[in-house]
Design a protein around this ligand. Structure first.
Ligand code: KIV
Ligand code: ZN
Length: 519
């Protein structure tokens, strides 16, 4: 795509870089669900995984490649023959596919990570890009840590990659270190110094370690880049990647300064954000631009007054334009218990017991006293919160574990289940298995454990562990998380948290219009 075109290619990497977020790994089925939604959203290229990384990644790439209707599937590969061939094998059943291969080019990475000289790196670029080009005419090449690469060497690598067959050159700000004016200069440098740059599309790939990923991506576009790599909700390694929804809406809303267009149907942004949050279990921060719960909420009286007179006073884009169905004010302090119950049913909570309704109704009344406008989202949050925080069906009372080399490992667990304390002893194949089996004995359920992941929050043996657990029951997926200095206690709590959420999901039989992708 020439530098003077105003069409920006949206390259979504939620399923690859996004999935690299600690705790965000997704099953093949979940990836397919997301891929379908993103295809519908209108992304141009979808990085569907890193096929050489695991069997799951390979399968996901293969399956997704088959179902995409508009987006071009792309797989990531290191600069090795086996990675590139795995990538080809996973995508070769599709009409058109892209291989994205990369290699570090900064002095730091070449010396310590690759242990290679610049000359060896150049040789590898030539080999890997040429090989990829044998399998497809759509090849992307990235100099990893590109923004910290010595400028002349960066130009040399880019020129060589294009000469070897790359059709897209992506410049990663791998560690999210760059400032917008620097990123602008780096992209401009390529257009000024690389003689064959007009034969490739230049792309941005910015990480958010300093909160500058979106600003840097837009600076890259101003300098001539015509592809942006990004993820929904900005998920990704460490602080994440540039957020797709922010980039797209920034260009749409400030088209006077950023006269570019994308193929994104912005009305689907909100549902895609919810889908990703639901699948990964990563909540969207309330004040997150575009897709946060509060992004279109006007709380203060002055703002509400302005909004009633003219929405443009406080809204730079409409909630509808990003797919947020703003339920006008539907409930207020004069609404009665039956109206509240009807509203809850309309929002999908059809099996709530009367005791729960009574409690939730009192909370709603409190809220309506404080808040003039009570929206559907407020009611959903109130009901979910009440369930999860105060009405947990299950909570951990105590846990004692016997582990070590002499099995079987044993757990003595005491749980509070609907106000009754129950205690049980169970054994298992390892302490975590013993704990999970014990919970299953006290509260019988038939779930598949899809994910169990432990992460240290800080360093050292006394670090807090955050455990993520994902369970599935009849297609309903629930993700639980908990932190504790004792990994086994965190494991028990995370499992119980997932189970409590699942119990809530069981009660919500019909999704509300705005939650159509969740539940
Ligand atoms: O951030 C990065 O450098 C990457 C590359 C693999 C493109 O994700
Ligand atoms: Zn990245």
């Amino acid at each position: 795509m020439p530098k003077n075109s105003n069409r920006i290619i949206i390259f979504d990497t939620t399923l690859r870089d996004g999935e690299q977020s600690p705790g965000a790994s997704m099953s093949v089925e979940e990836k397919i669900k997301i891929a379908k939604a993103f295809d519908d959203l209108g992304v141009d290229v979808m990085e569907v995984g890193f096929p050489a990384a695991s069997n799951g990644d390979f399968q996901a790439a293969k399956e997704i490649g088959k179902i995409l209707k508009k987006a071009i599937p792309c797989g990531l590969a290191r600069a090795t023959k086996s990675d590139i061939e795995k990538c080809r094998d996973s995508l070769k059943h599709t009409k058109q596919f892209r291989i994205h291969t990369f290699l570090s080019t900064s002095a730091l990475h070449m010396k310590y990570k690759l242990k290679k000289t610049p000359k060896e790196v150049l040789e590898l670029i030539k080999e890997s890009v040429s090989l990829a080009r044998k399998y497809t005419n759509d090849v992307e090449w990235s100099p990893e840590d590109g923004t910290r690469t010595e400028p002349d060497f960066l130009c040399k690598t880019v020129e060589l990659a294009i000469k070897s067959g790359a059709t897209t050159i992506n410049i990663p700000d791998t560690v999210g270190y760059t400032m917008p004016e620097e990123y602008f200069k780096t992209i401009k440098l390529l257009f000024d110094k690389v003689p064959n740059i007009d034969k490739a599309v230049v792309s941005t790939h910015c990480h958010n370690d300093l909160g500058l990923a979106v600003a840097n991506s837009l600076a890259g576009v101003k300098a001539g880049a015509r592809q942006i790599e990004c993820t929904i909700n900005g998920i990704g390694e460490r602080a994440g990647n540039a957020a797709l929804e922010e980039i797209v809406m920034a260009m749409k809303t400030r088209n006077d300064l950023m006269p570019f267009k994308t193929g994104i149907n912005t009305k689907k942004l909100s549902s895609c954000s919810k889908l990703v949050s639901n699948v990964t279990g990563f909540p969207v921060q309330f004040n997150k631009a575009i897709v946060g719960k509060n992004a279109f909420a006007h709380e203060s009286g002055i703002h509400q007054d302005g909004m009633l007179k003219n929405k443009k006073t406080y809204e730079i884009m409409t909630p509808e334009s990003v797919g947020v169905i703003k339920s006008s004010l539907v409930m207020g302090k004069h609404s009665g218990r039956n109206a509240f119950k009807d509203k809850a049913t309309e929002l999908g909570y059809s099996n709530l017991d009367e005791k729960f309704i009574n409690k939730a109704f009192l909370k709603f009344k409190d809220l309506a006293d404080k808040k003039k406008h009570v929206y559907d989202e407020d009611i959903i949050a109130l009901i979910d919160d009440d369930f999860v925080k105060h009405n947990n069906a299950i909570s951990l009372v105590s846990l004692q574990v016997f582990a070590g080399t002499k099995g079987p490992q044993k757990a003595i667990i005491e749980l509070m289940v609907y106000d009754k304390v129950k205690k049980i002893e169970s054994t298992g194949d390892g302490p975590v298995d013993a704990i999970f089996k014990g919970i299953g004995k006290i509260y019988p359920h038939k779930c598949n454990l899809q994910l169990y992941q432990v992460q240290a929050v800080t360093q050292g043996t006394d670090a807090q562990a955050t455990v993520s657990v994902r369970i599935e029951e009849k297609g309903k997926i629930s993700v639980g998380q908990a932190a504790d200095t004792d990994t086994l206690v965190a494991s028990a709590k995370a499992y119980i948290n997932a189970l409590n959420k699942l119990i809530i999901k069981r009660t919500r039989t019909a999704p509300s219009p705005d939650l159509s992708v969740s539940a």
